[in-house]
Design a protein around this ligand. Structure first.
Ligand code: CA
Ligand code: CA
Ligand code: CA
Length: 238
Protein backbone atom coordinates (compact mmCIF):
# COMPACT_ATOMS: atom_id res chain seq x y z
CA UNK A 1 0.00 0.00 0.00
CA UNK A 2 1.30 3.42 -0.88
CA UNK A 3 2.18 5.66 1.98
CA UNK A 4 3.23 9.24 1.90
CA UNK A 5 4.98 10.31 5.05
CA UNK A 6 3.02 13.24 6.31
CA UNK A 7 3.79 15.42 9.24
CA UNK A 8 2.39 18.56 10.73
CA UNK A 9 3.49 21.28 13.01
CA UNK A 10 1.32 23.96 14.46
CA UNK A 11 1.58 27.20 16.30
CA UNK A 12 -0.53 30.04 17.49
CA UNK A 13 -0.15 33.58 16.27
CA UNK A 14 -1.25 36.22 18.71
CA UNK A 15 -3.05 39.10 17.12
CA UNK A 16 -2.88 42.70 18.29
CA UNK A 17 -5.84 42.32 20.63
CA UNK A 18 -4.61 39.92 23.24
CA UNK A 19 -7.86 38.06 23.84
CA UNK A 20 -8.50 37.65 20.13
CA UNK A 21 -6.16 35.01 18.80
CA UNK A 22 -5.91 33.60 15.32
CA UNK A 23 -4.87 29.99 14.86
CA UNK A 24 -2.67 28.83 12.05
CA UNK A 25 -0.89 25.58 11.36
CA UNK A 26 1.69 24.48 8.86
CA UNK A 27 1.18 21.12 7.23
CA UNK A 28 4.25 19.41 5.73
CA UNK A 29 4.56 16.20 3.79
CA UNK A 30 6.96 14.13 1.72
CA UNK A 31 6.24 13.29 -1.92
CA UNK A 32 4.86 9.91 -2.85
CA UNK A 33 7.05 7.89 -5.20
CA UNK A 34 4.45 5.92 -7.13
CA UNK A 35 1.06 6.33 -8.76
CA UNK A 36 -2.17 4.70 -7.67
CA UNK A 37 -1.22 1.79 -9.95
CA UNK A 38 2.24 1.42 -8.43
CA UNK A 39 4.10 2.95 -11.37
CA UNK A 40 6.89 5.43 -10.63
CA UNK A 41 5.82 9.05 -10.55
CA UNK A 42 8.02 10.55 -13.27
CA UNK A 43 7.80 14.22 -12.45
CA UNK A 44 5.96 15.91 -9.62
CA UNK A 45 3.97 18.97 -10.59
CA UNK A 46 1.81 19.70 -7.59
CA UNK A 47 0.09 18.29 -4.51
CA UNK A 48 -3.48 18.17 -3.34
CA UNK A 49 -3.97 18.59 0.38
CA UNK A 50 -7.38 17.23 1.31
CA UNK A 51 -9.11 18.14 4.54
CA UNK A 52 -12.40 17.86 6.37
CA UNK A 53 -13.91 17.66 9.84
CA UNK A 54 -14.70 13.93 9.65
CA UNK A 55 -12.16 11.16 9.35
CA UNK A 56 -12.05 9.76 5.81
CA UNK A 57 -14.42 12.41 4.44
CA UNK A 58 -12.54 15.29 2.89
CA UNK A 59 -14.86 18.08 1.89
CA UNK A 60 -12.24 20.34 0.34
CA UNK A 61 -8.68 20.44 -0.89
CA UNK A 62 -5.90 22.92 -1.59
CA UNK A 63 -3.63 22.67 -4.62
CA UNK A 64 -0.01 23.31 -3.68
CA UNK A 65 2.35 23.98 -6.57
CA UNK A 66 5.31 25.37 -4.65
CA UNK A 67 6.98 23.10 -2.12
CA UNK A 68 5.81 20.40 0.22
CA UNK A 69 4.11 22.46 2.89
CA UNK A 70 1.28 24.90 3.25
CA UNK A 71 0.21 27.26 5.97
CA UNK A 72 -3.46 27.29 6.91
CA UNK A 73 -4.71 30.39 8.70
CA UNK A 74 -7.84 31.65 10.47
CA UNK A 75 -8.75 28.18 11.72
CA UNK A 76 -11.57 27.74 14.18
CA UNK A 77 -11.25 26.87 17.84
CA UNK A 78 -12.51 23.57 19.24
CA UNK A 79 -12.49 21.86 15.87
CA UNK A 80 -10.63 18.79 14.63
CA UNK A 81 -9.40 18.67 11.05
CA UNK A 82 -8.38 15.53 9.16
CA UNK A 83 -5.79 15.73 6.41
CA UNK A 84 -4.26 13.61 3.69
CA UNK A 85 -2.32 14.44 0.55
CA UNK A 86 -1.95 13.17 -3.01
CA UNK A 87 1.13 13.73 -5.14
CA UNK A 88 0.30 14.68 -8.73
CA UNK A 89 2.25 14.37 -11.97
CA UNK A 90 0.05 16.02 -14.55
CA UNK A 91 -3.21 14.08 -14.57
CA UNK A 92 -1.58 11.13 -12.81
CA UNK A 93 -1.93 10.99 -9.05
CA UNK A 94 -0.56 8.97 -6.20
CA UNK A 95 -2.81 7.19 -3.77
CA UNK A 96 -4.03 9.07 -0.71
CA UNK A 97 -1.45 9.37 2.02
CA UNK A 98 -2.18 8.11 5.46
CA UNK A 99 -4.48 10.39 7.39
CA UNK A 100 -3.44 12.64 10.20
CA UNK A 101 -5.57 14.90 12.31
CA UNK A 102 -5.10 18.04 14.31
CA UNK A 103 -7.35 19.37 17.05
CA UNK A 104 -7.54 23.12 17.54
CA UNK A 105 -7.28 24.54 21.05
CA UNK A 106 -10.43 25.28 22.95
CA UNK A 107 -11.88 28.75 22.97
CA UNK A 108 -9.51 31.11 24.77
CA UNK A 109 -10.06 31.71 28.46
CA UNK A 110 -7.22 34.07 29.25
CA UNK A 111 -8.11 34.56 32.93
CA UNK A 112 -8.80 30.85 33.52
CA UNK A 113 -12.20 31.32 35.12
CA UNK A 114 -14.09 28.87 32.90
CA UNK A 115 -15.86 31.70 31.06
CA UNK A 116 -14.79 32.02 27.45
CA UNK A 117 -13.25 35.39 26.75
CA UNK A 118 -15.68 36.15 23.92
CA UNK A 119 -18.65 35.50 26.20
CA UNK A 120 -17.23 37.68 28.97
CA UNK A 121 -16.45 40.48 26.56
CA UNK A 122 -19.90 40.24 25.00
CA UNK A 123 -21.78 40.58 28.28
CA UNK A 124 -19.38 42.58 30.43
CA UNK A 125 -17.06 44.42 28.03
CA UNK A 126 -14.12 43.16 30.06
CA UNK A 127 -12.60 40.00 31.49
CA UNK A 128 -12.39 41.46 34.97
CA UNK A 129 -16.01 41.92 36.02
CA UNK A 130 -17.02 38.24 36.04
CA UNK A 131 -15.21 35.22 37.43
CA UNK A 132 -15.80 31.61 38.31
CA UNK A 133 -17.99 32.39 41.34
CA UNK A 134 -19.59 35.77 40.59
CA UNK A 135 -23.35 36.15 40.16
CA UNK A 136 -23.64 39.41 38.28
CA UNK A 137 -27.44 39.60 38.18
CA UNK A 138 -27.89 38.20 41.69
CA UNK A 139 -30.41 35.54 40.69
CA UNK A 140 -28.67 32.69 42.48
CA UNK A 141 -27.23 31.24 39.27
CA UNK A 142 -23.53 32.07 39.11
CA UNK A 143 -22.07 33.43 35.88
CA UNK A 144 -20.28 30.16 35.14
CA UNK A 145 -23.59 28.31 35.30
CA UNK A 146 -25.24 30.97 33.14
CA UNK A 147 -22.46 30.56 30.57
CA UNK A 148 -22.98 26.78 30.47
CA UNK A 149 -26.77 27.12 30.35
CA UNK A 150 -26.75 29.87 27.73
CA UNK A 151 -28.77 32.29 29.85
CA UNK A 152 -28.18 36.05 30.14
CA UNK A 153 -25.93 36.72 33.17
CA UNK A 154 -27.24 40.30 33.37
CA UNK A 155 -30.93 39.40 33.34
CA UNK A 156 -32.10 37.89 36.65
CA UNK A 157 -35.29 36.47 35.14
CA UNK A 158 -33.33 34.49 32.51
CA UNK A 159 -32.24 31.27 34.17
CA UNK A 160 -32.45 27.52 33.56
CA UNK A 161 -35.94 26.33 34.42
CA UNK A 162 -37.40 22.85 34.89
CA UNK A 163 -41.20 22.75 34.91
CA UNK A 164 -43.86 20.20 35.70
CA UNK A 165 -47.18 20.12 33.84
CA UNK A 166 -50.60 19.50 35.47
CA UNK A 167 -50.64 15.99 34.04
CA UNK A 168 -47.38 15.16 35.77
CA UNK A 169 -44.77 15.50 33.01
CA UNK A 170 -41.51 17.32 33.68
CA UNK A 171 -40.17 19.37 30.82
CA UNK A 172 -37.52 21.91 29.91
CA UNK A 173 -36.32 23.80 26.89
CA UNK A 174 -32.96 22.59 25.56
CA UNK A 175 -31.27 25.67 24.12
CA UNK A 176 -28.71 25.02 21.43
CA UNK A 177 -25.25 26.46 22.09
CA UNK A 178 -24.66 29.48 19.87
CA UNK A 179 -23.33 33.02 19.81
CA UNK A 180 -20.15 34.54 21.17
CA UNK A 181 -17.98 32.08 23.02
CA UNK A 182 -19.81 28.93 21.93
CA UNK A 183 -18.16 28.28 18.57
CA UNK A 184 -18.07 24.51 17.96
CA UNK A 185 -19.48 23.78 21.41
CA UNK A 186 -22.41 21.47 21.96
CA UNK A 187 -24.78 21.92 24.90
CA UNK A 188 -26.18 18.77 26.44
CA UNK A 189 -28.69 17.98 29.17
CA UNK A 190 -29.53 15.11 31.43
CA UNK A 191 -32.52 14.70 33.68
CA UNK A 192 -31.87 13.30 37.15
CA UNK A 193 -34.24 11.86 39.72
CA UNK A 194 -34.00 11.34 43.44
CA UNK A 195 -36.55 9.93 45.82
CA UNK A 196 -35.21 12.00 48.68
CA UNK A 197 -33.61 15.41 48.83
CA UNK A 198 -32.02 14.50 52.14
CA UNK A 199 -30.32 11.42 50.77
CA UNK A 200 -29.33 12.95 47.47
CA UNK A 201 -28.52 9.92 45.32
CA UNK A 202 -29.46 11.53 42.03
CA UNK A 203 -29.66 9.06 39.17
CA UNK A 204 -30.26 9.69 35.45
CA UNK A 205 -33.80 9.09 34.27
CA UNK A 206 -33.73 6.33 31.59
CA UNK A 207 -33.46 7.71 28.05
CA UNK A 208 -33.00 11.23 29.41
CA UNK A 209 -29.20 11.34 29.43
CA UNK A 210 -26.81 13.03 27.01
CA UNK A 211 -29.57 15.02 25.28
CA UNK A 212 -28.10 17.27 22.60
CA UNK A 213 -29.77 20.67 22.63
CA UNK A 214 -31.33 21.71 19.32
CA UNK A 215 -33.75 24.33 20.68
CA UNK A 216 -36.32 21.65 21.41
CA UNK A 217 -38.79 21.10 24.23
CA UNK A 218 -37.80 17.98 26.15
CA UNK A 219 -40.62 16.24 27.98
CA UNK A 220 -40.53 13.28 30.32
CA UNK A 221 -43.75 11.67 31.43
CA UNK A 222 -43.87 10.67 35.07
CA UNK A 223 -46.00 7.58 35.75
CA UNK A 224 -48.85 8.42 38.11
CA UNK A 225 -48.05 5.42 40.29
CA UNK A 226 -44.45 6.47 40.80
CA UNK A 227 -43.54 7.36 44.35
CA UNK A 228 -43.03 11.06 45.02
CA UNK A 229 -39.64 12.24 43.92
CA UNK A 230 -37.54 15.15 42.81
CA UNK A 231 -36.10 16.05 39.43
CA UNK A 232 -33.32 18.29 38.26
CA UNK A 233 -31.41 18.89 35.07
CA UNK A 234 -27.69 18.91 34.56
CA UNK A 235 -26.35 21.03 31.74
CA UNK A 236 -22.87 20.76 30.25
CA UNK A 237 -20.89 21.79 27.22
CA UNK A 238 -18.95 19.41 24.99
CA1 CA B 1 -12.42 34.00 30.95
CA1 CA C 1 -13.29 36.85 33.99
CA1 CA D 1 -26.88 34.95 37.61
Amino acid sequence: MLKTIFRMTFGIIFAAVWFCEAISITVEWEPAQTTVNGDPLEEIHYYKLFYGTTSGRYTDYITVTNGTSVRLTDLEYNKTLYFCVRTCSGPVESDYSEELFWTAPVMPDSDFDGLSDDWETFYFGSLHRAGSSTDSDGNGVIDLEEFIAGTDPMNPSDRPILRISPDGAVYFFAEKAGGSGYENRTRKYRLLHSSSLAEGNWTPVPDMDDIQAENQLVTCGVPMDRAPGYYRTEIYLD
